[in-house]
Design a protein. Structure first.
Length: 882
């Protein structure tokens, strides 16, 4: 009990729970603000969630087929009933569409019930309705009945702004993998921290067994988990209440389903399951982490080693999907979406078993240290180069002040190497890069095969369409012959009917010619790709782009911008001129000028209607070559991973010396000034970061080159130009209503790497400035990270408020390098060159401020002046009183 009180006091005095409360409320406010801002699109979301557009298309098709049969007097008795009921379905459907578009949410469920009843009558007469078929229709009916029974209104689950839906959405995020990561960062590293600060040895001198120590730390972690859950629920209820008032209704239905079955449970039951599974998963992960702590001497080593162990274990869950596998608990979000079973008690049971086992092993296993010979040799070589055998240069006992900064930098670099954490960091980055490339190779192969399969399907579908058009022509010709043979030329509209039928024949003949024309490009494209001849492949894609622009052939393209089509056309010319290997998939270039409406028409084949997100996904290019791998590193914001490592590993500045070990006072006994020490910290951090960034970038390119190929330096990347630049007399780019030009993939990578270096140095400088005022390493890291996230989020939420002289404008590296932010603000000054200059200038400003604050603190008697001013104020008040 005494040990537990001791651990609890440390937990309270550490005050990390205050940080976790702040982080949770910050994340919750940010997420809800985004949802609340997007409520203007809620009507479109309603159309998507209710599947009304798919249902409307299906209804139009079914009714048109029945009308054709009726016009030809071919309707059976059952089909006559189908036509009657399908019309009733259509009447209610359009009322449902109207109320959804106008946001009359209280009327949706009632009309949905009438629609489903009419649809059921239509299906009972032998009708078909693929848009709502099988289990999907059963879910649709069951959810509607649940809503009616509980007197609930329709709500968008993709824009959850009510308390219950937002709490469920927030729980899926924070009471998921993100929550476990936050708990581990704040509370899961206490054992390693005590080893790092040498307080663990002091604790072990007391009559306390290792098992009791582990159990005590686990109970405190469990307490932190409970506090975390309570804060998440408090934030999830309070923030929506402040925005929209009380909207809590815990009986709102949540659907859990498999391929052949489903169940509806209330939101309250869903949240309870979420809490139980989260606690089970957090307990197991903590057990794994504390066991891993036996091999980690530093917190960063624990983060990296634990991350590697958990990642490998997570990937292994594909083979053993049972709670007997401890890593299976990492998939508890998938478990949460499954239908509850009688065996669900196994999750808490095995969680308890595995946690007990891990804590017991951690209690009896001896402390170990990871030893990697290769990196030890590299470290030894570097240390020998940096090591100075003579204490004083050339026998001089006087310190050369001109070399003091240089010597301090060498001293800091030695410390960085001797700590050994850089070795673990490089190993982690190597594992991440190699495993990431294998994952990218898998996605690339899937994209390539999927696109080629679609092209082969287009060949078969085109042949089938030609047969259908031929059959339609034969049917129409037969009607003409019957009309000529049996009709009365003097009857009204006799010749009009013949001319309309002939027009339909001509239209079908034209469609057949277009299908044949398309096959003249498609078949050589497939054959050329197999032979490694890229021009026929691009000729086919160019044909689709040009037909899109000229004839509006494959569907309604009004929702696609002119910029999208013309940029795609000129891209194909660029690729053909340089004979560049195709990168899959899609025929168009995703860009910022694509309509933001939730639905648009893709021109891939047959005018299929898809969402904007799906259109962008289907046309996003992906390749596993070295250069393209590095491009994905930037466009998918993966550069944030090493940036976070750099901040924690290098960017804590003076706080690293002022923390619990407090080596700062000892260093200040040497003939150096604190200002010089501050500058040397930054220089060492900047050089280390730049070197490590170069290693990471090189590692990505080399990995892609060895495992696949180097890539195409000349591959085109869209660069957006501001309208001011388009209007200038020397403009040499394209103008498709918006300015653009193509930059090469190589230029994109160089610019992105330079800007990444500037961004990283900026954050190192900012963190060093904070370390002047803050003594805790974790506090410096947390403040820097939180301020960076808030600044980036505000810049993304209010893009028009960004200025070219603001460093936050340049945090989004991919959108700066491709000119998107400059085009949005119509400011040619916003580019990667300006970004580097602004970031470096602010970094110098941070250094000057930090240097000045330290100088004033050490050379000016600030406290004496304050005391003097205080005495004067007292004397003045005394004289006034007299």
């Amino acid at each position: 009990m005494g040990l537990l009180k001791f651990e609890f006091k440390k937990f309270v005095k550490g005050k990390r729970y205050l940080w976790i409360i702040f982080v949770i409320f910050l994340i919750t406010t940010g997420i809800y603000s985004v949802y609340n801002y997007q409520t203007r699109f809620i009507r479109y979301r309603g159309l998507e969630e209710l599947k009304l557009l798919e249902i409307r298309d299906e209804w139009e098709y079914r009714q048109s087929e029945l009308v054709k049969l009726r016009d030809g007097n071919l309707l059976s008795e059952a089909q006559e009933k189908q036509l009657y009921y399908i019309r009733d379905v259509g009447r209610v459907l359009y009322l449902l569409l109207g109320h959804t578009q106008y946001g009359d949410w209280d009327k949706i469920i009632g009309y949905q019930k009438v629609f489903l009843d009419n649809l059921q009558l239509y299906l009972e007469c032998g009708g078909e309705f693929d848009a709502l078929d099988g289990i999907e229709r059963e879910i649709y009916i069951a959810k509607n009945q649940w809503m009616l029974d509980n007197n609930l209104n329709f709500e968008s689950e993709k824009l959850p702004i009510s308390q219950h839906l937002f709490l469920k959405d927030l729980g899926s995020f924070l009471l998921g993998k993100v929550g476990i990561i936050l708990l581990l960062i704040f509370f899961g590293i206490s054992y390693t921290e005590e080893k790092e600060n040498n307080t663990l040895n002091t604790i072990k001198t007391q009559p306390v067994s290792n098992l009791k120590l582990m159990v005590g730390k686990y109970l405190i972690f469990l307490l932190a988990t409970v506090i975390f859950i309570l804060v998440v629920f408090a934030a999830g209820l309070l923030i929506p209440y402040l925005y929209n008032g009380k909207t809590l209704n815990l009986v709102y239905p949540q659907i859990l389903k498999t391929e052949s079955a489903f169940i509806i449970i209330p939101t309250s039951q869903y949240l309870i399951r979420n809490i139980i599974l989260f606690i089970c998963s957090a307990s197991v992960v903590y057990g794994i982490t504390i066991l891993t702590s036996k091999w980690a001497q530093k917190t960063l080593s624990l983060y990296i080693l634990g991350g590697i162990v958990l990642t490998i274990g997570y990937n292994g869950t594909f083979f053993i999907n049972h709670p007997i596998n401890p890593f299976y608990f990492l998939r508890f979000t998938q478990i949460l979406e499954k239908i509850p079973q009688n065996t669900d008690y196994l999750y808490p049971l095995f969680s308890l078993i595995w946690t007990t086992l891990f804590l017991t092993l951690a209690s009896y296993l001896p402390e170990q240290q990871i030893d990697i010979p290769l990196f030890n040799k590299i470290a030894k070589i570097i240390q020998e180069k940096l090591y100075t055998k003579k204490t004083f240069a050339k026998g001089n006992t006087r310190v050369d002040r001109s070399k003091r900064i240089f010597n301090l930098c060498i001293f800091e670099l030695r410390k960085t190497i001797r700590e050994g954490q850089w070795k673990v960091l490089l190993i982690a980055l190597l594992i991440i890069v190699v495993s990431g490339h294998y994952f990218l190779s898998y996605l690339t192969y899937q994209r390539e095969q999927g696109y080629l399969n679609e092209l082969n399907w287009r060949v078969d579908a085109s042949s089938e369409k030609q047969r259908e058009y031929g059959s339609e022509i034969a049917r129409l010709q037969k009607e003409i012959d019957d009309l000529i043979e049996n009709g009365d030329p003097e009857a009204p509209f006799y010749y009009n009917k013949i001319r309309s039928l002939e027009a339909l024949i001509s239209q079908n003949q034209m469609l057949i010619e277009k299908e044949k024309e398309m096959l003249l490009y498609l078949i050589p494209a497939l054959e050329g790709y197999k032979k490694g001849e890229w021009e026929p492949f691009y000729q086919y894609q160019l044909y689709l782009n040009e037909k899109t622009y000229e004839y509006n052939y494959f569907g309604n393209i009004n929702t696609l911008s002119r910029f999208t089509v013309l940029a795609s056309i000129y891209e194909k010319y660029w690729l053909m001129e340089r004979n560049i290997k195709p990168v899959f998939s899609g025929e168009f270039i995703p860009n910022r000028y694509i309509s933001k409406n939730p639905r648009l028409t893709t021109l891939g084949w047959g005018g299929q209607q898809v969402t904007t997100e799906q259109f962008i996904f289907e046309n996003t290019k992906m390749d596993n070559s070295g250069l393209f791998y590095l491009k994905i590193f930037y466009t998918n914001y993966l550069y944030l991973i090493p940036l976070i490592f750099f901040l924690f590993f290098i960017g804590t500045g003076l706080a690293k010396e002022k923390d619990k070990k407090n080596t700062f006072n000892f260093l200040m006994t040497q003939p150096i000034r604190e200002e010089q020490f501050f500058i040397s910290k930054f220089i060492n951090g900047a050089l280390t970061v730049l070197g490590t960034t170069f290693i990471v970038v090189s590692l990505i390119v080399v990995t892609g080159t060895i495992l696949e190929r180097f890539g195409d330096w000349q591959y085109p990347i869209v660069h957006y130009n501001p309208f001011r630049a388009v209007l200038s007399p020397n403009y040499q780019g394209f103008n498709f209503g918006h300015g653009m030009h193509f930059m090469t993939l190589g230029q994109y990578i160089i610019n992105g790497t330079l800007l990444l270096g500037a961004v990283t140095i900026f954050f190192i400088g900012f963190a060093n400035l904070i370390s002047v005022f803050v003594k805790k390493t974790l506090t410096v890291f947390s403040i820097t990270t939180i301020l960076a996230v808030v600044a980036f989020w505000q810049a993304e939420q209010k893009p028009l408020d960004r200025k070219f002289y603001s460093p936050t404008t340049y945090f989004n590296i991919p959108k700066i390098v491709n000119g998107e932010i400059g085009a949005v603000l119509n400011n040619p000054k916003i580019n990667f060159v300006t970004g580097i200059m602004v970031l470096l200038l602010f970094t110098m400003f941070f250094l000057l401020v930090g240097y000045g604050c330290i100088y004033i603190k050490n050379n000016c008697n600030v406290k004496g002046w304050l005391r003097l001013l205080g005495r004067r104020e007292k004397n003045d008040s005394f004289s006034k009183g007299c």
